[in-house]
Write a protein that binds this ligand. Structure first.
Ligand SMILES: [Zn+2]
Length: 301
């Protein structure tokens, strides 16, 4: 009888311990995000996203407490500026370089990045082109034996500290068929860190937006939007904005650029949707920080 009682207490104690342990580590607010299995609770270590002011082009620096990630590298004229901006952040290694598509204003600084930093891994959309910049880019990747991965919708890129990039585009077959439309097959990826998210769109245009909407509008919902194609009217279609429903748009573009980006129609749509607008041509580099719950955006000027 005595022994049985002892065992009963032991069973109760073990059960209680298991329940407390499970509550503490497993169910403490970890819930599913729409369209994914991402944890809503993260360590709270700051995630930083810098939409760098590289003139007309895109270069977006993402830092977690484990990795340095660069999405695009700006155009050739801004490459020295890009290198000095990265060096001023104390960066010597780029863990992941993601090239959304091989146009000069996204790939132009790649050679300088390879020359000045250790790049551990390159991801791109798998689109090929005949430009010298693109050839040099491939040559450098081969010469330096950098691991290289082509990504498509459904890929998840881990950024450390529970932050991920969930790739939503491109998909095969490419838009445009045998002569792919480089902009429209841009890598589009949603950066997710706890409850914070930011949609990185490269230069994806209306056709890509329509494809992503058909596949699943819910997965597009994001806290912030990196405006597609530098705020051009070819992107940011209304149904897409409806699905993303961001609180703010961040536009990367050069002052007085020859393409007249951003387009007033796009700015009006953002305004009608009560989205805040930040732009690198007037605000300089835009810095977003998040602890996975809240976020802030600061302008360089
Ligand atoms: Zn572009």
């Amino acid at each position: 009888m005595k022994l049985t009682r002892k065992w009963s207490w032991l069973v109760i104690a073990v059960t209680l311990f298991s329940v407390i342990f499970a509550t503490g580590c497993g169910s403490a607010g970890i819930t599913s995000q729409p369209g994914g299995k991402l944890p809503a609770v993260v360590s709270g270590a700051p995630l930083t996203v810098k939409v760098l002011d590289v003139g007309q082009g895109d270069a977006i620096l993402i830092r977690t407490n484990e990795q340095v990630v660069l999405i695009d590298t700006g155009d050739v004229p801004a490459r020295d500026k890009l290198v000095s901006m990265l060096k001023s952040q104390g960066i010597t290694t780029v863990d992941k370089l993601i090239i959304t598509h091989p146009h000069a204003d996204h790939i132009g600084g790649a050679a300088a990045v390879f020359a000045n930093f250790t790049v551990r891994q390159v991801y791109d959309s798998g689109q090929r082109t005949t430009s010298n910049l693109y050839k040099q880019y491939l040559t450098q990747i081969n010469k330096k034996k950098i691991p290289f991965t082509v990504v498509t919708a459904g890929t998840t890129i881990e950024l450390g500290n529970e932050a991920v990039l969930s790739v939503l585009a491109p998909e095969q077959p490419f838009i445009g068929g045998s002569e792919p439309d480089l902009n429209n097959n841009s890598i589009v990826a949603k950066l997710v860190y706890g409850n914070f998210s930011m949609l990185m769109t490269g230069d994806a245009e209306k056709e890509s937006e329509e494809r992503m909407l058909k596949k699943g509008a819910a997965s597009l919902k994001s806290t912030l939007l990196k405006s597609g194609h530098h705020g051009s009217k070819t992107s940011s279609s209304l149904p897409f904005l409806q699905a993303v429903s961001p609180e703010a748009a961040l536009i990367s573009l050069g002052a007085d650029n020859e393409y007249h980006h951003p387009h007033p129609i796009t700015l009006k749509k953002y305004n009608d949707k009560k989205m805040k607008v930040y732009r690198t041509d007037t605000d300089g580099t835009l810095t977003v920080t998040s602890d996975g719950k809240t976020y802030s955006i600061t302008k360089e000027r």
